[in-house]
Design a binder for this molecule. Structure first.
Ligand code: DGL
Length: 275
């Protein structure tokens, strides 16, 4: 039966909008409720236990909004909590790591893939496991890029300081002659111009956003949860931090079409810490 409930999409901040945008492009009639936990971003340097607590709080909020599916548009949340979110949700839950790994395996020609992400994601080894699951015989080289998310959240995608950090983080991957680089953090597509410049034009950058949107479509379709009508949907963009700051950065991701951003306070669940 057609289902007019919205899709819940969440991230630590603005990064998940890269995934939301791919979902809009593929499924233009599906309404989305987006939550960015900008008051507590970045998640990447935090202990997994904290990220898990925050993720459950946001999932709990989205469930209270009667969403039909959850899209974990954040690698760090996926490594820390996707199992718990899936158990708590009793709804379809789609993540970003497997879609990104699959796309990279398809794209590589020399079998040498790089992956960059936050400290939490890279330390978890999640991409090593996701690539192994594809069964492809490839080598994966990983690098954390801890400063990137702060720059993106502040709206900086091109400063000299950021370029210097990118050169430092990425030069070992250039030395490894990777021909494909997974952007293993949903904030990083905002830096794709800078990353491409440092890596060289021949390296294919893989963002999981488009692949994830395909998974969203396939999942909704298989469960008969697609929106039945072709009306213009009403999306909601919510953040836990300053809505004005969020809106100014969100423009980079979604263009001036981003309407109002509302503040939301998610509540602790199961006695988790709220700081
Ligand atoms: N965008 C998130 C990710 O994909 C996390 C960024 C952060 O808050 O550190 O990993």
């Amino acid at each position: 039966m057609p289902d007019s409930r919205p899709i819940g999409v969440f991230d630590s901040g603005v990064g998940g909008l890269t995934v939301a945008r791919a979902v809009f492009d593929l499924l233009p009639f599906e309404p989305i409720v987006y939550v960015g936990d900008s008051a507590r971003a970045p998640y990447g340097p935090r202990p997994l236990q904290d990220i898990r607590t925050f993720a459950l709080e946001i999932a709990d909020y989205l469930l209270s909004r009667d969403v039909k599916m959850l899209v974990v548009a954040c690698n760090a949340i996926e490594v820390a909590a996707i199992r718990d979110v899936t158990d708590a949700a009793v709804l379809p839950v789609v993540g970003v790591i497997d879609p990104g790994a699959r796309a990279a395996v398809r794209a590589t020609r020399n079998g040498r893939i790089g992956v960059i992400g936050t400290v939490a994601t890279i330390a978890s080894g999640a991409y090593d496991r996701a690539v192994a699951t594809t069964g492809a015989s490839v080598d994966l080289f990983s690098r954390p890029c801890p400063a990137f998310v702060d720059h993106v959240e502040a709206g900086d995608t091109s400063s000299e300081e950021l370029l210097g950090a990118a050169r430092k983080y990425l030069s070992p991957l250039r030395d490894q002659r990777v021909d494909t680089l997974i952007l293993g953090c949903t904030h990083y597509p905002m830096l794709s111009g800078l990353i491409q410049m440092v890596m060289g034009e021949d390296v294919v950058l893989v963002s999981s956003a488009d692949e994830t949107a395909k998974d969203v479509y396939a999942t909704l379709r298989s469960l008969d949860l697609l929106m039945g009508t072709r009306a213009e949907p009403r999306h909601e963009f919510l953040c836990t931090g300053d809505p004005e700051q969020f809106r100014s950065v969100a423009h980079h991701f979604l263009g001036p079409g981003v309407g109002k951003i509302d503040a939301v306070a998610v509540q602790p669940v199961r006695g988790g810490p709220w700081s």
